[in-house]
Design a protein around this ligand. Structure first.
Ligand code: GAL
Length: 431
């Protein structure tokens, strides 16, 4: 117990609670957005981005690009959306079709509006968003809060309200705001991104339309501390790449910050790399399960027309998606036992292995285990280790990759032969 001059402990507590309660909630993206995003970067390094930010290399310099990157146009978006609908992605929950960097020109009109690159989008954005809406999708668009986007096109600094109004007028439902070329803005990371929060709040007051707001902040990697008051999702790490090493780095980061993520405000582990690079099916399964159960946005980042049937089946697993999209429990799964490393170890090469969280209510528990070893292992844990399982209860266990009920567990759980880099996911239902 303590007292500050003029304020009692309980008043302070009420103030803090009020602060939590007033966290930015614009009524959209209660659960993590799912969809497609045009941009996937594979060979990016901090160095190449720093050079890009300083204007040393231009958008056309190349080796950092993977899949579409800057090579986007309206036909690609239309074809992708049509394929995603035909393949069952839309009904599975993938509703946003997002256009990343490179849709715009480097300059603005004389009255300050962004200019759509008509060589890539000759029919204009209204036609495109109408087409997407007609199929049943929602539409997303990218901007940058600095003076230029990461690829060197017109940035939004000082034009946030104009751009937010245009995005709504063009029919968009979602915006991703990036962090390049922001050196001329002297404020905190939070205040830089708050300019877009304010613009979107004003546009909502003017039009009634709320855009989903997702942000990218990789200068200080602190967005989870102020993100819940600012946006619907915030990136937690540097750009994803299509390799197992980067997936482990991002998941290691996520393992420590699950408490910051909940309804309307989500840790964003970045796009899905399924279908890119040389990820094995086991790695694709683990990547998708981990992203979904950490309650990250799930944005496919590959050429959908080239996805193998196996990769499609991974991305469409309804039992994994149901946990990501749970409207009753917003908290992500969190590690309850690190496995090989002592609990709490920060190891980007070997993240926490045993994760749990409630699903639907406190009588259902989702469990995830990932085998980061290079050898096949058995899975073995004591129920009392998880704060989401009760030591004195018996549970019915469902395997979410085999899609079948596999028996019951009390006190201990065991499952054999998990291949290197593969995953197990279960729902334990209290009996
Ligand atoms: C990066 C961002 C990527 C992509 C790219 C576009 O900063 O992390 O996700 O949006 O910019 O240039």
């Amino acid at each position: 117990m303590f007292n500050l001059p003029g304020i009692t402990y309980s008043a302070l507590q009420a103030l803090l609670l009020a602060n939590v309660a007033t966290a930015w909630n614009n009524g959209v993206a209660k659960v993590p957005p799912m969809g497609f995003n045009t941009y996937v970067i594979s060979l990016a390094s901090r160095l190449s981005r720093v050079k890009l930010m300083c204007g040393v290399i231009s958008s056309s310099s190349s080796s950092r690009w993977n899949r579409f990157a800057c090579n986007i146009n309206e036909q690609l978006i239309r074809d992708t959306a049509t394929q995603m609908k035909n393949l069952g992605f839309l009904v599975a929950g993938y509703q946003y079709i997002n256009i990343d960097d490179c849709w715009l020109t480097a300059s603005r009109t004389s009255d300050g509006h962004l200019i759509v690159d008509s060589s890539k989008f000759p029919s204009g954005m209204n036609n495109l968003t109408s087409f997407l809406h007609g199929l049943g999708f929602k539409a997303g668009i990218y901007e940058d809060l600095g003076t230029k986007t990461c690829a060197g096109f017109a940035g939004s600094l000082g034009h946030e309200l104009t751009d937010a109004r245009d995005f709504v007028a063009w029919g968009f439902d979602y915006t991703k705001i990036d962090n390049c070329n922001s050196g001329s803005y002297n404020g905190t990371n939070a205040s830089r991104f708050q300019r877009w929060t304010n613009a979107l709040t004003q546009v909502k007051a003017e039009t009634g339309k709320s855009l989903v707001y997702t942000l990218v902040e990789w200068n200080s990697f602190d967005a989870w501390t102020w993100g819940p008051n600012t946006a619907n999702a915030w990136r937690i790490y540097d750009d994803i790449q299509a390799n197992w090493g980067r997936i482990k780095q991002i998941l290691n980061q996520a393992s420590f910050i699950g408490n910051y993520s909940n309804f309307y405000g989500h840790n964003d582990l970045d796009m899905l790399e399924n279908g890119n690079g040389n990820l094995t099916l086991a790695e694709q399964r683990s990547h998708f399960t981990a992203w979904a159960l950490a309650k990250s946005p799930l944005l496919v980042g590959t050429d959908v027309s080239k996805l193998s049937n196996d990769s499609i089946q991974i991305l469409l697993n309804p039992e994994i998606i149901a946990i990501n999209q749970d409207t009753a429990i917003g908290e992500p799964l969190k590690p309850f036992f690190w496995g090989k490393n002592p609990d709490g170890t920060n190891d980007p090469t070997f993240p926490a292995q045993y994760w749990s969280g409630y699903y639907k209510d406190t009588h259902h528990t989702a469990i995830m285990y990932i085998n980061f070893n290079e050898v096949t292992v058995d899975l073995n844990f004591t129920l009392s280790h998880s704060p989401h399982l009760k030591a004195d209860k018996t549970y019915a266990v469902r395997d979410l990759w085999q899609h079948k009920d596999i028996g019951t567990a009390s006190k201990f759980f065991f499952s054999g032969s998990i291949a290197p880099h593969d995953v197990r996911a279960y729902i334990f239902t209290e009996m």
